[in-house]
Design a protein around this ligand. Structure first.
Ligand SMILES: Cc1ncc(COP(=O)(O)O)c(C=O)c1O
Length: 469
């Protein structure tokens, strides 16, 4: 396909995308295929001869679409929202066209410089303390990691390296592997599973601490665990706190945890994968109590992160990296020092399009709308005495259950999802089986909330009439 044909096909693809998104509501939100459905729909091997665009597009509807869970359907209420705004898609298109691998300044100056500035913009939108900004001479700064899981892992590995170097500065004879066996990290019983995995991948003992009745990790709990571990000869070095847990959007008490981490020289990582973006609205900032959101990873002292993973092969060096202009702010000269992959996409271009074309006001409006819709759903639930709210509704997530057994609630969500009209996932909160209703798609409106409520209510009636308790 030459560029002139691409011009035509590209426009057709935009038409397809617009038609898909405009009619998404008409598709069942959750697919009805069985595992393994796809393999027999396509050949065993790649074709020898090229296929036409029309042929491929025909198979998108035949092969791909039947197996899609439509995350941007207004009837999708599972997990958490994911972005697909029009400005974001436009930015991604351009980023795909440029397709640079921006690991260092020389590999694409605009790619690394825009990322640094976009992370500063974000930091300012969130009203983070200035220590988290790079500016032209700050010590902090941000980087786009691929996912929140990766941000946590990178934080853990950097903290591990920092602690090892710190201990070896005092006792140079102590071998790294000996120190590693004594390191201990902390998470709460509400942390995302990716935190536990970061411990497994990093070969670190990760201690799961109990949250309180509000599902929040408290300072006293951490303090006690650190004291116990130190008394047992262990070395506490890392805490992952969460602002907006996956199960119920609960908030750890970082105002209590922060000072303990500071005094114990424990690296505090905050996972705000979902709730972080809400902090661009001043009314939600009290929940932030401090700072950061991921996978946009912001650090107070970037040298702790960059210094942890430095390897400098000749083929990645460039003429500017040691120059006077860059030596103070060389963090974007060599972005690959910030994380695991070398190659990185030009993702800040997407942020630039989104920030500019929505403006802070537009982004705030979007978040407020999602939160208001969650409260609308909460209001409907509260009017029906058969249901109970399982945790405070703070942002766009409502956790609720039918008063009764876990089996009853398990049956309810099974029937909801079997109907494929709306889609939700459950969670466990303090041994109770709970249904999560998340406001996800940007196109979700009040009528969709009422539609979902109607379905849930009718299925609840059906179950109770059948004698489930
Ligand atoms: C609080 C929290 N942390 C981490 C993750 C993992 O996100 P990712 O897929 O970006 O690794 C999630 C996913 O929902 C999350 O809710």
């Amino acid at each position: 396909m030459d560029y002139e044909e691409f011009r035509t096909r590209g426009k057709e693809m935009v038409d397809y995308v617009v038609d898909y998104l405009q009619s998404i509501e008409e598709r069942p939100v959750y697919p009805s295929v069985e595992p393994g459905y796809l393999r027999h729909l396509i050949p065993e091997s790649a074709p020898e001869q090229p296929h036409s665009f029309e042929e491929v597009m025909k198979d998108v509807e035949r092969v791909v679409m039947p197996g899609i869970t439509h995350w941007h359907s207004p009837h999708f209420h599972a997990y958490f929202p994911t972005g697909n705004s029009v400005p974001g898609m436009l930015g991604d298109m351009l980023s795909n066209a440029i397709s640079c691998i921006g690991f260092s300044w020389a590999a694409s100056p605009a790619c690394t410089e825009l990322e640094t500035v976009m992370l500063d913009w974000l930091g300012k939108m969130l009203n983070l303390p200035h220590q988290f900004l790079a500016g032209t001479n700050g010590e902090g700064g941000g980087v786009l990691q691929s996912t929140a899981s990766e941000a946590t892992l990178v934080g853990l590995l950097a903290a591990r390296r920092k602690k090892v170097l710190h201990i070896q500065a005092d006792t140079p004879d102590l071998e790294e592997r000996m120190i590693m066996t004594k390191l201990v990290a902390y998470m709460s019983d509400q942390s995302h599973s990716s935190v536990e995995r970061a411990g497994l991948i990093g070969g670190i003992t990760m201690r799961k601490l109990p949250s309180d009745s509000q599902l929040s990790l408290r300072g006293e709990t951490l303090k006690q665990a650190i004291e116990e571990d130190k008394a047992a000869g262990l070395i506490p070095f890392f805490l992952c706190a969460t602002l907006g847990t996956t199960a119920s959007c609960a908030f750890d008490s970082i105002l209590e945890l922060g000072p303990i981490c500071n005094s114990e020289k424990v690296w505090m990582h905050i996972d705000a994968a979902y709730a972080g973006s809400a902090f661009i609205c001043p009314e939600f900032r009290p929940l932030l109590n401090g700072f950061k959101t991921s996978p946009n990873m912001m650090v107070k002292k970037r040298s702790d992160l960059i210094g942890a993973f430095k390897v400098d092969p000749l083929y990645l060096k460039h003429e500017h990296q040691d120059s006077g202009t860059f030596s103070d702010q060389c963090f974007y000269c060599l972005y690959f020092h910030w994380g695991i992959p070398l190659g990185r996409r030009f993702r800040s271009l997407k942020m630039w399009f989104v920030f500019r074309m929505f403006g802070i006001k537009g982004l705030q409006e979007h978040i407020r709308k999602q939160v208001n819709l969650a409260h609308e759903f909460e209001g409907l639930l509260l009017q029906d005495k058969r249901f109970e709210i399982a945790s405070d509704v703070v942002l766009g997530l409502v956790c609720f259950r039918l008063k009764g057994s876990n089996d009853l609630n398990e049956m309810l969500i099974k029937r909801i999802n079997a109907g494929r009209k709306i889609h939700m996932v459950p969670c466990n909160l303090q041994d109770k089986f709970v249904l999560r209703f998340a406001v996800c798609a940007a196109t979700t409106e009040s009528k969709h909330i009422h539609y979902a409520w109607q379905i849930i209510k009718e299925l609840a009636t059906e179950l109770l009439d059948e004698g489930y308790q």
